[in-house]
Ligand binder design. Structure first.
Ligand code: CP
Ligand code: NVA
Length: 306
């Protein structure tokens, strides 16, 4: 079963395959070609947290490929509480061809995948956001071509997005640096695991954003307080105040550096308008690419023959 509970589920070949299929389906879409490759298929999405891009991109992708999509919020079904999680997973697996979950708990997604009998895709958990990282690598590849040997510098909180980028970069040979305050960096256990899985991986962490971005191919930002961390918002604004991606940091990076942000952005906090709307920003093509990569993920998860 082709689950995507995190990028640790899949191989570098799977990642390359998903990116390649996404590219084929994107170029067909841009030519106005919409093949009903998933006619009759049903996507079920169950989310415990809000979403704009993830929900819509998966729905649009499924509909453009000829299938249908059903969305259940936490209040409508309840992933864990109204009935046992495993019972929910077995019931949903009986109706759906593919399932996207957005949760707090990573374990919940992994448990669901074990019993659903259908491919389960992580649409964000507290630990990982694999579909986002796949899209980010796809977006960067579109701009600069072959990714191996390139550099990405993530500035901000060592969160779910940063963790998935670390895995994806290690797999594809992209040097990955996190610039984050002490106490907010990526879990060293994950980095050690990646270093042993991918001995050539170049992953490092620092507290110095100016130095970390110099000469990089991509500066990446995400919110300082993720969903579920709202109570820490004010304290985090203090901790991260020197980690804003602004014109001065992009100058330190250099003119070759692209800017990525998974969105939603808190303009004026982790990123300024000048950078979001500036010539180095790819944030809106990146957001659109969520839909194209969602198709690539479906094609891989459902063994669609292009
Ligand atoms: N980037 C992303 O996952 O956005 P949403 O939270 O809007 O889905
Ligand atoms: N780190 C953010 C990503 C949102 C797409 C969050 O978890 O809220």
């Amino acid at each position: 079963m082709n689950h995507l509970t995190s990028l640790l589920d899949v191989t570098a070949d799977d990642v390359q395959f998903i990116l390649q299929q996404s590219g084929v389906l994107k170029s067909e879409y841009l030519k106005g070609k919409r093949r009903p490759l998933l006619a009759g298929h049903v996507l079920v999405q169950m989310f415990e947290k809000p979403s704009l891009r993830t929900r819509l991109s998966f729905e649009a992708a499924m509909m453009q490929l000829g299938g249908s999509s059903i969305f259940l919020s936490k209040d409508e079904a309840g992933l864990n509480g109204r009935e046992k999680l495993e019972d929910v997973a077995r019931v949903v697996g009986g109706y759906a061809d593919v399932i996207v979950l957005r949760t707090f708990s990573q374990l919940l997604i992994e448990t669901f995948a074990k019993v659903s009998g259908k491919p389960v895709i992580n649409g964000l958990s507290d630990e990982y956001h694999p579909c986002q990282a796949l899209t980010d690598l796809f977006t960067l590849d579109e701009q600069i071509g072959e990714l191996a040997g390139r550099r990405m510098t993530y500035v901000g909180d060592g969160n779910n997005v940063a963790a998935s980028l670390a895995v994806g970069c290690a797999m594809l040979g992209v040097e990955f640096t996190v610039a984050a305050p002490t106490g907010y960096q990526l879990d060293e256990a994950l980095l050690n695991r990646l270093r042993s899985m991918f001995p050539d991986a170049q992953i490092s962490q620092t507290t110095d954003p100016q130095q970390a971005v110099a000469g990089t191919d991509c500066v990446y930002a995400d919110v300082w307080a993720s969903m579920g961390q709202e109570a820490e918002k004010d304290q985090r604004q203090q901790v991260f105040q020197n980690y804003q991606v602004n014109g001065s940091l992009m100058s330190a990076a250099g003119p070759q550096a692209w800017f990525l942000h998974c969105l939603p952005a808190r303009r004026g906090l982790e990123v300024t308008d000048e950078v979001m709307d500036g010539p180095q920003s790819l944030v809106f093509p990146q957001a659109e690419n969520r839909m194209h990569v969602a198709k690539g993920i479906f094609a891989w998860a459902l063994d669609v023959n292009l």
